[in-house]
Structures are given as C-alpha cells and as structure tokens.
Write a protein that binds this ligand. Sequence first.
Ligand SMILES: Cc1cc2nc3c(=O)[nH]c(=O)nc-3n(C[C@H](O)[C@H](O)[C@H](O)COP(=O)(O)OP(=O)(O)OC[C@H]3O[C@@H](n4cnc5c(N)ncnc54)[C@H](O)[C@@H]3O)c2cc1C
Length: 297
Amino acid sequence: MGAGVANALSQAGISVILVDKGDFASGTSSKSSKLIHGGLRYLAQGRIGLTRSLLNERNYLVKHTRAVKEEAFDILVGRNQFGKLSIRLGLILYGLLGGGKPSRFKKNDGLYPDEVDGYFTYADCVTDDSYLTILNVVSAHQNGAICLNYVSCLGMEKKEKGITAKLQDILTGDVFDVDSSIIINCAGAWITSLLPEALLDSKSIRMSKGIHLIYSRNAFSGDHAVAFKSPIDGRQMFVIPREKVVIIGTTDTFTDSPSDLTVKPDERDYVIKSCSFVSRLFSSVSPIGEYAGIRTL
Ligand SMILES: Cc1cc2nc3c(=O)[nH]c(=O)nc-3n(C[C@H](O)[C@H](O)[C@H](O)COP(=O)(O)OP(=O)(O)OC[C@H]3O[C@@H](n4cnc5c(N)ncnc54)[C@H](O)[C@@H]3O)c2cc1C
C-alpha cells in the first residue's frame, strides 16, 4: 500500500519519502493470492458500490500496467458448490459493473468431480503482487520520491507545525529525524506498533493468517483458474495456474503476531484436502513451495 500511496502522491507533485524496514514487498504484498478482482463475494453481500469501485480499479490496472493480466476463472456449480441461479445473476451484474462479457453455463463434461453439475467461465485478473509493488516504487522514484528500504520508522512526534518521524538505517544503525506535514502509516500487520498509545485499541484491529501452497504446473491439468467451495467446511478456495506453477489456497485463521509466517501441518493438510477436490494430484505429489501472509482486519 505504501508504494502505491507514494506513487500516487508523487505523481500529484507532492514531496514524499517512502521507508520500509525490510525489502519493498517483503510483507503481505508478496504473500497474497495475487488476484485483482472486484470480489464476486462482495456482490453476494450486497456491496454493489464497493464491487463497482474495485472493478474500476481492476480495469484501470489491466489497461495501464503489464503486471496485471486477464485470467479465465471457472466457478463451480453443484449441490455443495455455488448455486446456479445466484452465480448466473451475480455474473450478469458483475459483467454490467465491470464491462465484462456475459458468461454461459457449461455442463461438467468430466473436467471436475461428478458432484459438480457444471461451471461458469468468467474473466477476472491476476498479478505478480511483489512486481506490482516494485513497479509502484520505481514509478514513485521517477516522480521524485525518496524511496528507502531497510529504514525503520521507530516512532513519530507531533510538533506545533507538522509531525517528525524518527527513522533508523537498519544497515548502519544511524538514527535521524524527518520533519513532514503528514505521515501515512502503511505498516500493514505492524500498524499497531506505530500507533500512539491513545489510538491503540486491540479489539479494533485484528489479524488473520492465510497460507498458499505452490505446485509444479503438471499437478493440475486445467487451463483456467478455479473458484470452488472446500468440501471440508464450504469456504471459498482457489486453484490458480501461473506459468510453470499452480498456486492453491487459502486459509483464514486469527493470529496475534505479524511474524506468524510458518505454515502449520494442519493448515497445509486443510488446503491439500480441500483442493484435491479439483485435482487428486495435490494429495499425491508434494508442493514445491509454500507461503503465509497476514491480513489486517
Ligand atoms: C492470504 C492472503 C491473500 C490475499 N489475497 C489477495 C488478493 O488476491 N488480492 C488482493 O487485492 N489482496 C489480497 N490480500 C490482501 C493484500 O495482500 C493486502 O491488503 C496488502 O498486501 C496489504 O499491503 P500493505 O502495504 O498494507 O501491507 P504489507 O505488504 O505487509 O506492507 C507493510 C510494510 O510495512 C513495513 N513496515 C512495518 N513496520 C515498519 C516500520 N516500523 N518502519 C518501516 N517499515 C515498516 C513492512 O516491512 C512491510 O513491507 C491477501 C492477503 C492475504 C493475507
């Protein structure tokens, strides 16, 4: 988020310093499902305005950056999957809001398990989240922003005019002050470590962990990404082919630490068992990689 904000502000001619205590995109912004979508589930919740603005952003990004690409998604319909009528209506509205083509129902011709009646194929977008972040940093730099990684913000102090940030160069240990008019706290899951005591309310900010597993591309024979419900608990899951790999996920479990980034055996088992519904190979071959990210709620 910080990279995007720095890019937008510097484009508007505002002088900006962007700092990150680690590598740019080393936080959640390299650990997402890598989807750029309007969120069909927001439509199901009746949040039409939110879906419209997310689809506008998606359409802007796909037009203006090579880091965001269109991808075909199959959404599965069946007794324990999504409902045919609700998805048909949802996709009509999604298409109207986002300018997509209408999607037709296709009968399951053996591509998916027998319990699946069929599927709708619709277009959405995917990205490489770290690459998108770095493109924003590069663009901010070209607009004149000062972009410093391995510089940590230790704290902030309100002054009569503006606000001062205490920064530390992680590599040399040097500490220095920067005076500014505004500081935007984009510290993601670490946001509370930079909030003044008075604003700290542990109940208002919660964290949720999501894990993904990466398989070699031949663990999944389909050409499209797949959105479906876990046969274990009915949660929405994704199988997303990406060039030479396929990414599957994800989970949603509360955590109390932004550093809780290990993939636990029960989390791994849940994702494998859920996604084996779409391809049995996810159970019989081992993942070649895995990652966890933290959502700030
Ligand atoms: C499992 C999962 C799947 C997701 N899938 C999607 C998806 O498909 N599509 C989508 O749009 N969104 C998705 N999201 C949400 C999205 O990834 C996040 O909203 C986004 O990455 C948050 O960005 P951020 O900049 O707020 O946080 P981060 O990317 O975590 O950035 C925060 C940065 O702050 C730095 N920092 C922390 N403390 C300090 C300090 N004191 N000084 C200096 N720097 C500091 C950190 O090093 C870090 O780089 C997903 C999230 C999760 C967890």
